[in-house]
Design a binder for this molecule. Structure first.
Ligand code: SF4
Length: 463
């Protein structure tokens, strides 16, 4: 089964999974209310979005020089900067660092770039334990699953699901409350922070001028992961670059508002160096890995490269009617929802993943909600154009659309057949293209034009 067939099969199943629907509806309704309240705090939301969008667009236009500036400034601060062209290369760096520092256990904060490189699985092969410390990530790791959402990895789980999971694994009360579950995880993870030899985090932003990284989180686990162990490694996609720390005043608040509806996230940290000889806390060694992993392919696309300005807030996923129905796991990709459907075909194999760009009704709500004003529907259409031009679509679809174009291009041709024939063929093709769930259509016996001519003739005869 190829990835497209898998996607269609799982979508069909998930869309009719009522428990999934109920959980997502409940969790997203909480997000919707917080997001609406968050937006109200802005006097000039559009101006803030425009400003953030321009900062990110400027950074991506000057990507090469910005990354070079970052590398230079970071090195001056005592941070080691490594480049990784792909996942394999990033894993090689990480394994070497772990072996050099005799690491037996790693604590991780939430990071989608580490999902891209399959960090946990790769370290498991080395015999090094990797512990997820973000509560949502911890839950999905314990459940043996992948993150469901780029910001809220366990969004598909209800409190009851988590209580059952923890009860089975750790013996906590069967009906534990949210607070009890969080308290258990906090206590459980505290030991891991103390034992770990290496902390791995992502970086929400790379600060070019200052040579530092910015990390946003709500639980404090990121701070523990980067400060407790002797070695801190941050893995960041090259598109995370922004010119300077000053730009965060607008970006940090927009990220909080669009991600969770907060005025500001609970922990916003900017880290510029490993521990100095005068400090008692912090890692002895700090390394930043700049990951390409297909981003250069996206950068080379004049239209779709706009997606590189994404700040991974998740608002487009939360508002997408397709995502809300089929869920995050159905995409079978690291990034899902509208932004995932745009970027994954370029970060991965375009032939295998272009079908994701067709799973969209082009309603435009993602564009309206994006804090950096990425025109996602336009980028999805561009991916579709590329897929058609590069013969990535099935031959049957090409034949059907060519036939429809020929037929619909002339009202005379359309009038050659009556309503029953049109109804038969239209439903046959609709089933083939859109599946059996689309309501069938019924054409009038005669076309509007024929009926009009007939009524005019009738009126003239009468006169
Ligand atoms: S595309 Fe926009 S809305 Fe979607 S995750 Fe990125 S920044 Fe957020």
């Amino acid at each position: 089964m190829n990835k497209k067939q898998l996607f269609i099969g799982q979508s069909e199943k998930k869309a009719f999974d009522l428990k999934h629907r109920e959980t997502i509806r409940f969790n997203i309704s909480k997000y919707d209310a917080a997001f609406e309240a968050g937006k109200q705090r802005y006097q000039r939301l559009e101006a803030a979005k425009k400003s953030a969008s321009e900062i990110k667009r400027y950074a991506i236009r000057n990507l090469t020089s910005m990354l070079e500036t970052f590398e230079k400034s970071a090195a001056q601060n005592g941070i080691e900067v490594l480049w990784a062209k792909d996942a394999k290369n990033a894993v090689e760096h990480l394994k070497r660092i772990a072996i050099e520092s005799n690491v037996k256990k790693v604590v991780k904060s939430k990071s989608m770039t580490t999902e891209e490189i399959n960090f946990n699985e790769e370290f498991e092969k080395l015999g090094i334990e990797s512990v997820e410390t973000d509560l949502g990530e911890f839950i999905v790791q314990m459940a043996g699953e992948k993150p469901y959402h780029i910001l809220t990895p366990a969004m598909h789980k209800s409190r009851k699901d988590v209580a059952e999971l923890f009860n089975r694994l750790f013996g906590t009360p069967e009906n534990a409350s949210t607070n009890e579950l969080a308290a258990y995880a906090r206590q459980h993870l505290r030991r891991d922070f103390e034992d770990a030899g290496m902390g791995v985090t992502g970086a929400n932003f790379l600060l070019a001028n200052e040579g530092g990284i910015a990390v946003t989180e709500n639980e404090g686990n990121g701070l523990f992961a980067l400060a407790f162990p002797k070695v801190h490694v941050a893995i960041a996609g090259i598109e995370k670059i922004i010119p300077s720390l000053n730009d965060l005043n607008v970006i940090w608040t927009l990220l909080a508002c669009h991600g969770t509806g907060q005025q500001v996230s609970v922990y916003n940290s900017a880290i510029f160096a490993p521990r100095s000889e005068y400090e008692t806390n912090g890692p002895e060694r700090m390394i930043v890995i700049l990951l390409d992993n297909g981003r250069s392919n996206l950068y080379a696309k004049p239209v779709q490269s706009e997606a590189l300005i994404c700040i991974r807030c998740g608002a487009c996923l939360n508002s997408c009617p397709v995502y809300k129905n089929i869920g995050g796991h159905t995409y079978n990709t690291v990034y899902s929802g509208p932004i995932g459907s745009v970027i994954m075909p370029h970060l991965g194999n375009f032939k295998e993943l272009n079908h994701l760009s067709f799973a969209c009704s082009l309603c435009g709500i993602c564009y309206a909600n994006c804090p950096v004003k990425i025109n996602l529907p336009k980028l999805l259409l561009e991916n579709r154009r590329e897929a058609v031009e590069n013969f990535c679509r099935p031959l049957s679809e090409r034949i059907i659309f060519s036939g429809m174009l020929w037929m619909l291009g002339s009202s005379k041709r359309l009038d050659m057949v009556n309503g029953s024939v049109k109804t038969f063929f239209s439903n046959l093709l609709s089933n083939k293209i859109y599946g059996k769930r689309r309501a069938s259509q019924k054409f009038a016996k005669q076309s509007f034009r024929k009926q009009w001519v007939k009524s005019e003739k009738f009126a003239t005869d009468k006169r």
